[in-house]
Design a protein around this ligand. Structure first.
Ligand code: CP
Length: 360
């Protein structure tokens, strides 16, 4: 009897627009790829040649600190040329459309556009308009896929889930669920990887439609706390809340703020997460944000490896005439230290070509 050969996984996504479009296998492959890149940032010379000769443009139409800097550094660490463009100071300020701006940028030989925009669907619109890869760095209230990925990466690494299987793990996402692209991306990713997700917030910020994504909803934070392995505190999106969603900030903080006192109700080793930027004293007390259970800065650190993986995979997919980066398209092939699902270094891969990039 001959053994059936195991089907080789193949990354086929030219764009990264949201976690809704990715399968569990895609997400695991991306996070494993990030695991391989983690080590690059610990070197004295923090660079691998994977994207040498490629051009990445950060096109940010909304404010950002973490995501913009992280993509910039991630592209630099992969040896790409990086350009940063903001709405202010560009021809967008003169009335040029998003599509026209992107097409003009692409005409200069760009390989990846990383886009942040206040309108939900902006990244999808760009992806339809250009031939290069598009990565969504946050679109309105829709998705923030790289934030979702780095949150999941941090959670899995902290819990020792090196295979990125989150079965049996319960996560509470707390706060302004209605306006949160971070919540939506986390939900898609966490549920696909097997986690149980409880969305917590005032009823006015807790759309019942989220149950269709496989989540539980609750407005009783204190009752949820003892059940969870991680609490991801979301920022109140003051810039997106148009009507009076809750009586006062003080009342919101009273019922949904994570204080030291409230944290004492949770499991002793519960993880405290926040995507940033933090409204200190509103959704989270400073002592908790800076406390021993907080993973906030670790999330930021992990974002670099995750974004390196995203850039690496979408460019490999685009150039791969044979169709996408395969399971042999590893960070090791691009010059990073290889890491397996169990954290051990595997045998070196065969000559690594990443979707035709010729990285060997
Ligand atoms: N978490 C996050 O997206 O932060 P920035 O808005 O600073 O990019």
């Amino acid at each position: 009897m001959t053994a059936t050969p195991r089907a080789e996984y193949r990354w086929t996504h030219r764009h990264l627009l949201g976690l809704e479009q990715l399968s569990a296998a895609d997400i695991r492959f991306l996070l494993q790829t990030a695991r391989g890149f983690e080590e690059v940032s610990t070197r004295s010379i923090k660079k691998v040649p994977a994207l040498r000769g490629r051009v990445v443009v950060n096109l940010f139409f909304e404010d950002s600190t973490r995501t913009r800097v992280s993509f910039n550094l991630a592209a630099s660490r992969l040896s790409a040329d990086v350009l940063d463009i903001s709405a202010k100071g560009s021809s967008v300020a003169k009335g040029e459309t998003l599509t026209d701006t992107a097409r003009n940028i692409e005409a200069m030989g760009v390989d990846v556009i990383v886009c942040r925009h206040s309108l939900s669907g902006a990244a999808h619109q760009l992806a339809r308009a250009v031939r290069c890869s598009v990565i969504n760095a946050g679109d309105g209230q829709h998705e923030h896929p790289t934030q979702g990925l780095l949150d999941i990466y941090t959670l899995a690494r902290r819990l020792g889930r090196e295979d990125f299987d989150l079965s049996g793990v319960t996560v509470a996402l707390v706060g302004d669920i209605a306006h949160s692209r971070v919540a939506r991306s986390n939900v898609h990713g966490l549920v696909k990887l097997g986690a149980r997700v409880i969305l917590v917030g005032p009823p006015t910020l807790l759309p019942s439609s989220m149950t269709e994504l496989g989540c539980e909803l609750s407005s009783d934070f204190d009752a949820v706390l003892p059940r969870v392995d991680a609490i991801n505190m979301l920022r109140i999106q003051f810039e997106r809340i148009q009507s009076q969603a809750f009586p006062s900030v003080r009342e919101y903080a009273h019922f949904f703020g994570l204080t030291e006192r409230r944290l004492a109700r949770a499991k002793p080793d519960v993880l405290v997460m926040h995507p940033g930027p933090v409204n200190r004293g509103i959704e989270i007390e400073s002592a908790v944000a800076d406390g021993p259970q907080s993973t906030i800065l670790e999330q930021v650190t992990n974002g670099l490896a995750v974004r390196m993986a995203c850039l690496f995979l979408v460019t490999g997919s685009r150039t791969g005439e044979a169709g996408g980066a395969s399971s042999t398209a590893t960070p090791a092939a691009a010059g990073a230290t290889p890491v397996t699902a169990t954290g051990a270094a595997p045998a070196p891969t065969s000559k690594g070509t990443v979707g035709g990039m010729g990285v060997s």
